[in-house]
Ligand binder design. Structure first.
Ligand code: ADP
Ligand code: MG
Length: 238
């Protein structure tokens, strides 16, 4: 009797490591005597080089989820893997290094430092980790990409909302992180600047294989993504 041939492809265990994975992530916060559940079991996997839009109604948990997968917030239960490594069990120093080296983040509020110029704000992440080369030159190049060469020396309060948003995008991208997480990056931009940011995202994805995870209400951004994950009331909707 002969052993049946095993399909070599079906036999192969999944060996690729996701850029990002969330496993049954829950987030709840105390509210008076009870707790509110913001995330109710999110499991997802995002491949290297993918551009994924996170969509869903306001208040559904998108920003909370982005904060957790970026390592800025911790889940109540569940795990987040960056390149296969569980960041929910890391100590702060170790986690900060992963964030600086692998993850760029653009917040809904831009979180620019008010006393620094646009160029200086973009230089900051280059000082934090080991990033070779002239910080000033790299910051200027990135600001040129977002159309702000004429605003290098302006402080945030001397910039429009859209300009501040583009500075935040430049700051997130200047270290060339493998994963870029953005919360409504075109939310405050007019059509032209929104298109500029979207084109930058696509160019970087194509040229450098950067992974993008972007929460958005902008139909243009969602349409440009490889796939959309819809969050409704703290869960992934089918
Ligand atoms: P989205 O980004 O999809 O609009 P959020 O993640 O910001 O949603 O918020 C999800 C829900 O969690 C909302 O109902 C919001 O009010 C609530 N929430 C978020 N952060 C907090 C917090 N720190 N304390 C209490 N409730 C919060
Ligand atoms: Mg939000």
């Amino acid at each position: 009797m002969t052993t049946p041939m095993l399909d070599p492809i079906a036999m192969t265990p999944p060996t690729t490591v996701a850029a990002l994975a969330a496993i049954d992530v829950h987030k709840s916060l105390p509210l008076g005597r009870t707790r509110i559940e913001i995330l109710k079991g999110i499991t997802l996997r995002i491949e290297h080089g993918e551009f994924v839009a996170i969509v869903g109604p306001s208040g559904s948990g998108k920003s909370t989820l982005l904060g957790i997968i970026a390592g800025l917030d911790i889940p109540t239960t569940g795990q987040v893997l960056v390149d296969g490594t569980d960041i929910t069990r890391m100590r702060e120093g170790q986690l900060a290094a992963v964030r600086n080296q692998k993850i760029g983040m653009v917040f809904q509020a831009f979180n620019l430092i008010p006393t620094l110029t646009a160029q200086e704000n973009v230089e900051i992440p280059l000082y934090v980790g080991k990033h070779p080369g002239s910080t000033a030159q790299q910051a200027r190049e990135m600001l040129a990409l977002v159309g702000l060469s004429h605003r290098l020396k302006n402080r945030p309060n001397q910039l429009s909302g859209g300009e501040q948003q583009r500075v935040a995008v430049a700051r997130a991208l200047v270290t060339h992180p493998a994963i870029v997480i953005m919360d409504e990056p075109t939310g405050n931009l007019d059509k032209q600047n929104g298109d500029n940011v979207l084109n930058m995202i696509r160019d970087l994805q194509r040229q450098t294989g950067t992974t993008f995870v972007i929460a958005t209400h902008d139909p243009n951004v969602a349409a440009a993504a490889d796939r959309a994950i819809r969050i409704v009331d703290g869960r992934i909707a089918e």
